[in-house]
Structure formats: structure tokens, C-alpha cells
Unconditional design. Sequence first.
Length: 236
Amino acid sequence: MNPVRIAPSVISADFSYLRGDLARVEQGGPDMFHVDIMDGHFVPNITFGPAMVKTIKSLTKLPLDVHLMLSKPRKFVTAFVEAGAANITFHVECDDKILTALDEVRNYDCKVGLAVKPKTPLSAIKEYLGHLDRVLVMTVEPGFGGQKFMPDMMAKVELAAAWRNEGGFKYDIEVDGGLDNYTIWPAVRAGAEVIVAGTSIFSQADAAQAIKDLRENARLALRHLEPGYVPDDPED
Ligand code: DX5
Ligand code: ZN
């Protein structure tokens, strides 16, 4: 299994040609599709509802990684589970009771994660770590695709990895926003394992090559950790 998983973000798909565009990207062998749900209140944009997630589910064999940017995610947990989410991640900054919402997702056969916006310290999720399958560190202000990666967020990724080690937690670490062949380097070196990428995959004519390049850059960025690795150059 690939240590780093690639999650193309459907927000960047060509909706006039959704079936074909998803198939084109799926052929490149990503690990899941990332689906951004925005309510126009938690973030200044609106995207998809459960019916659209159900449609996307019918167009792909890949698991759907559903990212809820909703002020009140609890209201929609059942609908997104029924629509086919493999995992649901909502924001710690939402208005709902976090533990109640986590339990509700868990009660279905659905993995659950918590996301943090750039301005939120990671300490906001510390008390929930034992309940999580995934920690999502936003690397852009949520709301839109095509924004610039925020390298300062890598301190949070490192901290999430350190807390997992210290506490024996099981969550994986996902980064979302502005990931490409360059920014994947600091991301995976900090400990990110699930890479959400919208623009850098869907905007490429050869999406399979884009996914391959992301995987190769992740491998190169981590190759110093491979057993028996010897740098070519002592300065490397
Ligand atoms: C931002 C979304 C991301 C983002 C990814 O609110 O959660 O999934 O759109 O798109 P790119 O890779 O274009 O930043
Ligand atoms: Zn997202």
C-alpha cells in the first residue's frame, strides 16, 4: 500500500462533463475522491448536497472522503452516510457539540475526522484525538479551490504526528488546499498521509500523469526514511 494517499478534490472537476472527468481521473489510480460540502454560512461558498454525493458515488468505485464545511454538520450526517460517504470530516469550529457529532458518525459504519481552519490552533482538537480516524489540517482558508498553500500549517501537521506517537492514537493526517508537486514535499515531510489535490490534478490534461507525479514527489521527499537509503551527495 502507498504510504501517501492521493485524494483528488471533486470541487475542481468539470461539472458539464462530470462522469467523464471523474472517470479520467479515476483511471490515474487515486485512492479516494475528496468531496467538499459548503453551506454558504460556515464558509462563503456553496457546493454540493447529499443528492450530488449520491450521484458522484454512482460514478466511481473509489471511496468518498466527505469534508463538511457546515455550521451544523449533525443535521446532515445521516444524509451523507446514506449518500455513500466512506468517511466524514467536519470542522472543530462548527456550532454543534463535537463529541455528539463524532459519535453520530461513528454509529454508522463510517470513519470520522475533525478539521481545523488555518487560524485555529491544533490544541482545539486535542481532547478528541482518541475518537478520530482522521485529522484534517487545512492548508488554505476553506471555501475555494485554487488558493495558495500555507506552509506555516506544517507545524500543526508535525504536532498531530507527535501527539499520535505519544498517545498511541490511530488517526491519519490529511492536508487540504494548494497541494501540488512542490508543496507536497513539506507536507509529507511534516507527516501528512492523505493529500487532497483539486487544481493540480483536474486542471491537467493528463490527470494520470499528475497523480503519478504527486506520488513520485512524495516518494522523493521521504526517500531519506527508506531502509538503507544513502544520499548521492553528502550535502543531500
Ligand atoms: C477548500 C477545499 C479544498 C480545495 C482543494 O475549501 O476544502 O478541497 O478546494 O482544491 P485545491 O487543490 O485547488 O486547493
Ligand atoms: Zn476539502
